[in-house]
Design a binder for this molecule. Structure first.
Ligand code: PEP
Ligand code: CO
Length: 453
């Protein structure tokens, strides 16, 4: 590893420009891009350094086993889906999953949505060809449009501003809902389930809500107190910080603190395809004060992970780096143990989180991208077991879910099959767990965690 990466002095928000930057769109008019970036950098931030530091502290509790990280949401947000129902549905599934996990694990759950900025997508090819016509690929709604015409696929700098505004609208609504009591346990009507298929789970859930409400009333009576404050729920935002000019425009200094914060999100992460040590993404991330995630997978060696930890967390602070492993059910047994082993041997701190989605994607015979619920669950179970076996601890889970009743992943209690995928497949990129599947996974994890207690 190049030791220069450990030298903070030569970092600045634009130092990534001296490194190879993959997955960046090519804009026809650099001046227009610069004008959009200039406007972006004058807009007020979406999050504050206090919130970011608070998340870092929560993640430090994850690292010492007192809390568990639930990071979940859409694979890819769209400008169009920035609408009341979609935001409420996604918030509800995140809250309800966290509720189920608290019940089973008796640990604090750190809730992080994949939202309010999850607009840029890494792609495996630069171009797409249909019926002899070749156009640039769709790279997410802050870059270009998904329709297949030359005009729609042209990267448009104005979309950076539209994405930022939508992210602000999303966060604003989420904050108001939470602040206004959406997550207050005194209002179980907000926790109502919407199970269509699995009455057994619905029953278990209702029983759980009932038991929590009763315990809360009991405690309030005994202590003559009202718990609303102590249930003050925090929700954090996260996205893959892929589009580096966009991220740079949000990277700022704040009064009375040292260092630089990315104020567009609490927890930015580096994708699997862009985690090279000598690449522009690692260069950009190494200068941030935010806690940062990094995806690691079958091609990431233990030495690479060790070096990522060193570079992204120079001072070895607790709660600073989340290693999000996504090996796939077939590879986790081979890949994960040597990585945990080396990171621990050299004494580096990290939060371990399992993304059981991205290593388990496959194409059906009809060419539809899907994932099987049982592969997702099995990888997660192995992640818990492997961390246990080597004396580490799985600190969190990273999922692609929606509160909507889509049919994108097969399996689960409703036994969705490949034919069902044609019914309600809405994701423009990766298949998500639908509401029932997400809740089922939360229950299964919760049972697993309660047995471990
Ligand atoms: C994602 O999280 O949507 C993604 C593209 O993941 P990965 O970088 O792990 O492939
Ligand atoms: Co995805």
């Amino acid at each position: 590893m190049n030791d220069r990466l450990l030298n903070a002095a030569d970092w600045y928000p634009g130092s990534w420009r001296n490194k190879p930057a993959t997955q960046q769109p090519k804009y026809a008019d650099p001046e227009k891009l610069q004008a959009a970036i200039n406007r972006l950098s004058r807009l007020p931030p979406l999050v504050t350094s206090w919130e970011i530091e608070s998340l870092k502290q929560h993640l430090a509790s994850v690292e010492n086993g007192q809390a568990f990280l639930l990071q979940a949401g859409d694979c890819c947000e769209s400008l169009e889906d920035c609408a009341t129902e979609a935001i409420v549905r996604n918030l509800k599934v995140l809250m309800q999953m966290s509720f189920v996990l608290i019940y089973g694990s008796l640990r604090k759950i750190v809730r992080v949505g994949r939202f309010a900025g999850q607009y840029a997508k890494p792609r495996s090819a630069e171009f797409e060809t249909r019926d002899g016509v070749t156009l640039p690929v769709y790279r997410g709604d802050i870059v270009n449009r998904s329709g297949f015409t030359a005009e729609e696929r042209e990267p448009d700098p104005e979309l950076l501003l539209r994405g930022y505004e939508r992210a602000a609208l999303t966060l604003n609504f989420v904050r108001s809902l939470i602040g206004g009591g959406f997550a207050d346990l005194h209002h179980p009507e907000n926790w109502e389930l919407d199970f269509r298929t699995n009455s057994l789970r619905a029953e278990a859930y209702l029983e759980m809500v009932h038991s929590i409400t009763r315990s809360m009333q009991f405690m309030e009576t005994v202590m003559s107190a009202h718990f609303r404050e102590s249930y003050g729920v925090e929700i954090f935002s996260s996205h893959e910080a892929l589009h580096l000019s966009y991220e740079e425009a949000q990277t700022r200094k704040v009064p009375r603190r040292t260092g630089w914060y990315n104020l567009s999100t609490h927890l930015p992460w580096i994708g699997y395809r862009t985690n090279a040590l000598d690449g522009a993404h690692v260069e950009y991330f190494r200068g941030l004060e935010n806690p940062v995630g990094v995806k690691i997978g079958p091609n990431t060696t233990p030495e690479h992970v060790r070096d990522l930890c060193r570079v992204l967390n120079r001072d070895n602070q607790p709660g600073k780096v989340v290693l999000i492993h996504r090996f796939g059910v077939d590879q986790i047994d081979k890949c994960l143990p040597p990585i945990i082993e080396l990171v621990r041997r050299v004494g580096l701190r990290a939060t371990w989180s399992c993304d059981p989605m991205h290593g388990n994607t496959y194409l059906t015979d009809q060419g539809i991208k899907t994932r099987d619920f049982s592969d997702i669950y099995d990888e997660l179970v192995r992640a818990f077991e492997i961390h246990n076996e080597v004396g580490s601890g799985l600190g969190g889970v990273h999922l692609e879910v929606t509160g909507d009743n889509v049919t994108e992943c097969v399996g689960g209690a409703a036994c969705l099959d490949e034919i069902d995928l044609q019914r309600a497949y809405k994701s423009p990129v990766d298949p998500r767990l639908n509401y029932d599947q997400a809740m089922e996974l939360a229950f299964l994890m919760s049972e697993k965690m309660s047995r471990k207690r």
